[in-house]
Structure formats: structure tokens, C-alpha cells
Design a binder for this molecule. Sequence first.
Ligand SMILES: Nc1ncnc2c1ncn2[C@@H]1O[C@H](COP(=O)(O)OP(=O)(O)OP(=O)(O)O)[C@@H](O)[C@H]1O
Length: 354
Amino acid sequence: MVKVIEAKKLQVTIQTNEGPLYAVRGVDLDLFQGETLALVGESGSGKSIATHSLMGLLPKNAKVTADKLAFGKTDLLNLTKSQEQQIRGAKISMIFQDPLSALNPTMRVGKQIAEALTHHQHISHHELKQRVLRQIKDVGIPNPSQTYRKYPHQLSGGQRQRILIAMALIDHPEVLIADEPTTALDVTIQAQILQLLKQQKQKYGLSMIFITHDMGVVAAIADRVAVMYAGEIIEVGTAEEIFYHPQHPYTWGLLEAVPSEQNPDEKLFTLPGTPPDLKTISKGDPFAPRNPYALDIDFEQKPPVFQLSDTHFVKSWLLDKRTPAYTPPETIQKRWQTFKARQRGRLNEASISV
Ligand SMILES: Nc1ncnc2c1ncn2[C@@H]1O[C@H](COP(=O)(O)OP(=O)(O)OP(=O)(O)O)[C@@H](O)[C@H]1O
């Protein structure tokens, strides 16, 4: 499998008036060609800051260090000006949660899409317009010529997100970072945008990092899932491993907070407590104070990474072979049973359900 993005020991520290804030703390992350990797975790866990470092979109008071941060063979930590122009916003592109604030309210959307094309100055007006019209059609908006002339406020939320997708994809990027692109949309439109992103990904062989805290969205779109907590990736695996064989109590908490398809009205579990202050670095596992399964060692020492399969990695002392037997929550035990059945080929449907 070809790695399009590779981060090793990625750290992002933000200087604030109250001292340094350790937003991303030694993240190892690979993105393979053609896959969708979901990055999940509570608000403030560092998902945006980690991915913005790929785009060079960090605030001025942020410092990025890494043993490696690469796009293919290109070192993203030491880009020349011309590499920067060729890669950021072009080969690696991004869409955001709020299309209205990402679009210029005073410019027609057609013109905005045209300007997103890196070499738009070198193309004739006619050719550029045709390219934009094709792009508007490609993201599923009817009447491209009418839409071309509209201003953002004349479009619906879903159409605006489609315009942002058109802008992000007009340069034929290799990587698309989607930062909660469906959070502000209602469920039906959300499903349509996810479908569009899947189609575009397949059509153009895109690789995608999809940031969300909605496990339902993750189930619909992800090939692999990385779970972030307090600036670290604490569990990563295929979507099947994360949904049906989760090992970290934080991942259990995220899954238990999803309304089940069988019992949508059931009272949902909420993880007790709040994430730690990112200005401090704890001696042990930062999740320990919220972890009902915490062991003494969790308060003393950070857990190493345990590998369960070629694709499944977990940072939790529960995986240490010296840990006494424990019983995960009932809903998680059921997921493990489903995993076993899927492994045996008894339940071999490809799709993941929450
Ligand atoms: N410009 C900034 N100055 C200071 N702290 C910041 C800045 N931007 C982000 N942070 C802090 O960095 C941490 C990680 O933020 P980040 O936006 O990456 O989280 P997230 O997981 O993407 O959350 P959300 O789901 O809310 O977008 C948070 O504690 C946040 O408050």
C-alpha cells in the first residue's frame, strides 16, 4: 500500500498567554492511497490542529516538530515556496464545517471556484468558465450556468458545501482533508454530501482524512479510524476493528454514546468528566481520571502502543499481558461477538453499522 501522508511523532505546541499548550503530542499517522481515514474524538482533542499542520494552516504562535511529516516523498516541514504552492491547497486540499464563512459573500460562486484553480491566470476566460461549469455539474448541482452567477447567500447550506467541494477538487488534489464537513447540515443533506464525497473519491482516486465526532458518519464513510484523545492517537484500526473489536475504554465510551439502530430512544451513555487541560502533561495516561477501567499503573506511567493485528494499534495498559481479567461493558461484548462472527464469515456483510 502506498503512503500518501506519513507523520511520525508529530507535535504541535501553541504558545498562549498562560504558557505552552500541547495540542498534538507525538502522533504517528499514515494515510494510504485511496482510503478514507476518519479522525474521531471529543472537541479539543487536537484533530483539526493535527491536520492543519499538513496544510500549513496553523496560527503563528504554533510550533510544529516531527521526526517525519511527508506528502509522498516531499518533506512538509521544509517546503520551498514553489513546493508550497504546488502542494498546499492544490495536491492537498481541504473543506470545512461552515461553508458560509469559507466563501466570500460578495463574489459570485463561479468566480470563486475559478480562482481556486491554481493556474487560472494562464487559461482563457472561455476555457476557465467551461471548466468551472463542468466542476459545478460534477458536484451534483443542477443548472450550472445559473449557479455560476449566484452569490453564496442565494444557495442552500447543502449547495454551498457542494460549491466548497467543487473548489477543493478543481485542482485534482491527491488528498482531501474534510474537517467536519457535514456537522452543520440536516441528516438528509448530510447523507447526500457523504455520498458525493464517496463518489468523488472513487472517481478521482482521492485519499481522504475525514474529521468528525459523529460515529454514525464514521460508519458510513471510513475504511480506517484513528481515535484521538488529548492530542494523542489512542487507538487506530480498520473500521471493522474499531466498531466491532474496540479495545480502548475511551473508544468504548464513544461507541456507547451512539444511539443504536435497534433502540434509537434508549438513554445514551455519556463519558464522565472532562478532557484534561492541555497545558499540563500528566505522569501517567491522560485518560486515567475518566477511565472506569484504570489500573494503578495508569496513574504512574503512560501506556505503550500494543499491536493486535497488522492494522490495529491501542495505547492502553489493559492490553498488557500482566493485566488481570476484566469485563468490558455489555454493548462492547456484543460488538466483540459480532466481530467473531464476521471473522468466521458468518456475518460477512461489508458495511459497518453503528
Ligand atoms: N489558535 C489557538 N490558540 C490557542 N489554543 C488553540 C488554538 N487553536 C486550537 N487551540 C487549542 O488546541 C486544542 C486542540 O484543538 P483542535 O481544534 O485541534 O481540536 P479538535 O479536536 O479539532 O476540536 P473540535 O472538534 O472542537 O474542532 C484545543 O485545546 C484548543 O483549544
